[in-house]
Design a protein around this ligand. Structure first.
Ligand code: SF4
Length: 272
């Protein structure tokens, strides 16, 4: 781990690259804008690891952000790791699911999706270069879900050449500051925050019941696609939600509220 000041001190000698990983969520978006405006000397590279199964709102948000930053957000795609060309209808999640994981859906205990779709493309992009990885953990965050096994803030990669930096922690910026950065720059929050608390794949298994209901209401075609991944095999249920299938969720009479994301389990890499 390095402090923001330590990272800034390396700019002159060019010994490190400076990578800002954008998840499609508010915190990493605010971080990108904050760094660009407060530290314009930083030669930041913005990257987004595209699972190919993100929400349409996420792609729109990235476009909005790119316009404010005046710089490309490089879209990394796990298809590149496989040497496969991108084409309509082909997404890296499906390739990994069917060809490498035997059709077994990821879940909180077997989160292969984060490793192959988010972490690996990021590491591949950096290679063996020395790089600072700027992470949008806020100054007011110390929730358990955002601490790693060693009780330290999360990082995207364990590789020694990739050093995490937490500028919001160093500069003590909390949720109110982050919202005001986004509002002052006309970016606001991603539109999916009206019904979902976090960025990530449309079928992310971390979704709360109310978020699945929100997906069904806002993107019924994606809800139907998510349903098609679920199956029963040898009496075992392979479902996104560990307690109910999407068929059961769509028949729930009660409309569930979406809880504050700070209170629920989540993926620190996908959901910043
Ligand atoms: S958003 Fe969810 S489903 Fe997508 S890669 Fe991250 S943990 Fe996996």
């Amino acid at each position: 781990m390095a402090t923001l000041n330590e990272a800034l001190e390396t700019i002159e000698d060019g010994s490190f690259r400076h990578i800002v990983n954008i998840s499609g969520g508010k915190d990493s978006a605010a971080l990108a804008i904050y760094l660009a405006q407060e530290y314009p000397q930083l030669p930041a590279e913005y990257v987004f690891c595209d699972t190919g199964v993100e929400l349409p709102e996420t792609y729109e948000y990235l476009d909005r952000l790119e316009a404010i930053l005046g710089q490309e957000i490089v879209r990394l795609n796990a298809l590149d790791l496989l040497g496969m060309k991108k084409k309509p209808g082909r997404n890296p999640f499906d390739i990994w699911l069917n060809e490498y994981y035997g059709g077994y859906l990821p879940n909180p205990g077997a989160r292969w999706c984060t490793r192959v779709l988010k972490i690996k493309p990021f590491e591949d992009y950096i290679g063996e270069d020395r790089a600072f990885s700027y992470i949008g953990i806020r100054g007011d965050e110390d929730r358990e879900g955002y601490l790693g096994k060693d009780q330290k803030p999360p990082k995207i990669s364990d590789k020694n050449n990739i050093v995490p930096v937490y500028p919001f922690k160093d500069d003590e910026l909390g949720i109110a500051d982050i919202k005001s950065v986004l509002e002052a720059n006309g970016v606001g929050l991603p539109d999916y925050y009206e019904w979902r608390s976090r960025s990530g794949c449309y079928f992310c298994f971390y979704q709360q019941l109310g978020e699945w209901q929100g997906l069904q209401e806002n993107h019924p075609e994606l809800f139907e696609k998510a349903k098609k991944y679920e199956k029963i095999e040898s009496g075992k249920h392979f479902t996104w939600n560990q307690d109910r299938s999407l068929g059961q969720i769509e028949n729930l009479e009660e409309r569930y509220q979406v809880k504050n994301p700070d209170e629920i389990d989540s993926c620190a890499i996908c959901h910043l």
